[in-house]
Design a protein around this ligand. Structure first.
Ligand code: SF4
Length: 386
């Protein structure tokens, strides 16, 4: 299950799902005729109590005051229903109801607000219950692909949670010169592959440039450093051609040209499912897009200096075969960071699986920084007091 491993992602999906379902429900509710609506209320006991005459007399002015347009209604003896205020937070927030002893007095015409609130909270509860059951469903090969498909639809347009700000917590901008070393120490397989192809071919095709360029941007490469990086990397290309064909696109991806959008780096999900790479391309996710033999060779040559051995391969390939590419990537992260005390199951922190290449790199840099800080503190502590 791709999404079930990342809490923020799951919450975002649930929020979107509830929002979409609520919008649909509202349309259906509002287009039902009065009788259908009454029948609906009768069947679903919403547990609201009608305010009695005594209460109406006692609070009449306040009820009328609660919303400017309800004066008339109050005078016309509009029915009011009492519900716990927590059930109509939208009305409370807009001060459209009178509150007394924790109860909100909702005019009949605002009943729909209670219904909508009830609808989304029961849907949320059901989704949470389902989420708890999901790990057990993971074994079920029939349901999981359907759920995965559904969740993909809802993820379209989810903004990247990995922005420059979140990955460069210390404000440490990176420079073009640093990229080789950063790649060697911190990049996930997709970006290692792009980096190596770029070094080998002195060129990357469009989608490769896009995937790698946005990743580097979020990693902290400023626009000037990015232009310098790509200029030097495309060393077979003349200045003229570079300026004409590439400089604009780099500036564009930094939101400095065209519609000036601040493009987010691609998440694993986007890399895995959109713009499928052809034989000549180097973008994509190697766990998914490489042939098994190539993947094993690439993994060994890329990560053996960080502790990955051929005895780790069967487990990784097993997960790849099952289609859990991000799990394989997470396992590689754990293995290649075991020197920093990362154990199996730790993932990229708190047991999370990899969901974004920048998350992978950021966590890897964080671990390195923690070790360096600890060493520094040790050394400072070792200085003898004079
Ligand atoms: Fe890159 Fe994500 Fe694939 Fe890992 S799982 S290689 S981070 S796309």
């Amino acid at each position: 299950m791709y999404f079930s491993h990342h809490k923020k992602c799951r919450e975002e999906l649930r929020r979107r799902f509830v929002k979409a379902e609520l919008a649909l429900f509202k349309i259906r509710y509002e287009t039902d005729d009065r009788e259908e609506r009454q029948e609906f209320m009768r069947v679903h006991k919403f547990g609201w109590a009608e305010a009695d005459d005594k209460e109406m007399q006692l609070h009449g002015d306040k009820l009328a005051e609660a919303s400017s347009w309800s004066t008339q209604a109050a005078n016309a003896q509009e029915k009011y229903y009492k519900v716990k205020w927590t059930r109509v937070p939208d009305l409370v927030e807009k001060r459209r109801v009178f509150l007394k002893d924790g109860m909100a007095y909702v005019p009949a015409r605002e009943q729909s607000s209670i219904v909508f609130q009830e609808f989304s909270s029961s849907l949320e509860k059901a989704l949470e219950r389902t989420a708890k059951e999901l790990p057990r469903l993971d074994e079920d090969t029939r349901i999981v692909p359907i759920l995965d498909n559904l969740s993909q639809g809802f993820l379209a347009g989810v903004s990247s949670e990995w922005t420059s700000a979140s990955t460069t917590a210390d404000g440490d901008e990176i420079t073009a010169d640093m990229v080789d070393e950063l790649a060697r120490k911190h990049f996930p397989m997709c970006m290692r592959n792009l980096h190596e192809c770029l070094r080998r071919d002195r060129h990357l095709k469009h989608y490769g440039r896009l995937q790698y360029g946005l990743f580097l941007k979020v990693l902290g490469l400023s626009i000037d450093e990015a232009v310098a990086f790509w200029r030097r990397s495309f060393s077979n290309i003349q200045d003229d051609k570079f300026n004409k064909e590439y400089r604009y696109n780099i500036r564009h991806s930094y939101g400095l040209e065209g519609k000036r959008a601040n493009y987010a780096a691609k998440s694993c999900q986007q890399i895995l499912t959109s713009d499928q790479p052809g034989a000549q391309d180097s973008h994509g996710c190697p766990y998914r897009h490489f042939a098994p033999d190539n993947l094993q060779t690439a993994l060994l040559s890329t990560y053996s200096s960080q502790g990955l051995t051929s005895s780790d391969l069967p487990e990784i390939m097993h997960t790849v075969k099952a289609g859990h590419y991000h799990v394989a990537c997470t396992r590689v992260f754990e293995i290649t960071h075991s020197a920093q005390e990362v154990k199996k199951g730790d993932g990229v922190g708190g047991g999370d699986s990899v969901t974004h290449p920048n998350q992978y790199a950021a966590r890897s840099r964080e671990l390195e920084k923690a070790i360096l800080d600890a060493r520094k503190a040790d050394m400072d502590g070792d200085v003898p007091m004079s």
